[in-house]
Design a protein around this ligand. Sequence first.
Ligand code: 1HE
Length: 264
Amino acid sequence: MAAPFLLTTELDDIGIVTLNKAHKRNALDEEAIAEIDAYFSNVPEHIRVILMKAQGDHFCAGLDLKEHHDKARSAVDFLRVCQGWHRAFDKIQHGGIPVIACLQGAVVGGGLELASAAHVRVADKSTFFALPEGTRGIFTGGGATVRTAKIISANRMVELMLTGRVLDAHEGERLGLAHYVCNTDANPKSAYELGLELAQRIAGNAVLSNYAIVSSISRIGDMAATEGLFTEGLMAAVVQTGRDVQERLGEFVNKKAHKVRPTS
Ligand code: 1HE
């Protein structure tokens, strides 16, 4: 039996998922997407944050081009493949649980689509981003036109796809593809160390706040202003009256809570 594409483990209330096909640069075949879908469809109840990382020098080389070539899929077959990717990645983005992606090496094509579904992206300095589809005679199909374009703008995505330009970690950070770049003089931690640190911090937030942050902000961004404000009010009404709000705000009122301070 083939090794699983996804290795899953836990560190207290943090779920750790590892892309486990380094010899194929973690390229995504149908089985890989099915495993991602299965994990994000049934995240154990005690898991508060998920850390997604990859074995090897590269995060993910995108669509398994060999499988696609060998299967010579019809348009309808590939439409179904895309819908499978959309379903799986939507569970990452809108599953209600914060997902942190630790990136290194290639984050290209479908690999960038996968990373774009995560909420926080922590990149090793070796990371590079590209959408080589245009140069391979194909097109994005795993959500980049929606998610990646929203991060970097449709304008920039068109240019990246037409030219096949490769962005390094710092260029990616400037465009929002990475929130942090690690393994540098300024930030010597590894992407995994920082990712885990952020995961632990985020796991300390109220569950409902995290839910609202990861499931409502991007959806509200798709709404007209009137509906957006209405939805924000509803979401806040639920979150602000949650069970542990009194306790957390009481800590502030009683001067026991941390203050917001600039980092040095
Ligand atoms: C693959 C894939 C893949 C590697 N599908 N097998 N994605 C791309 O256009 C990126 C294609 N890959 C590359 O450009 C390079 O492989 C990397 C820059 C990612 C890594 O380079 P390197 O030198 O470390 O590795 P390698 O020698 O190129 O690859 C090692 C093996 O992984 C090799 O197989 P082997 O049997 O010869 O050992 C490669 O064939 C295999 N491999 N990438 C299949 N992508 C829903 S639509 C989404 C559309 C897209 O994602 S298009 C973008 C596709």
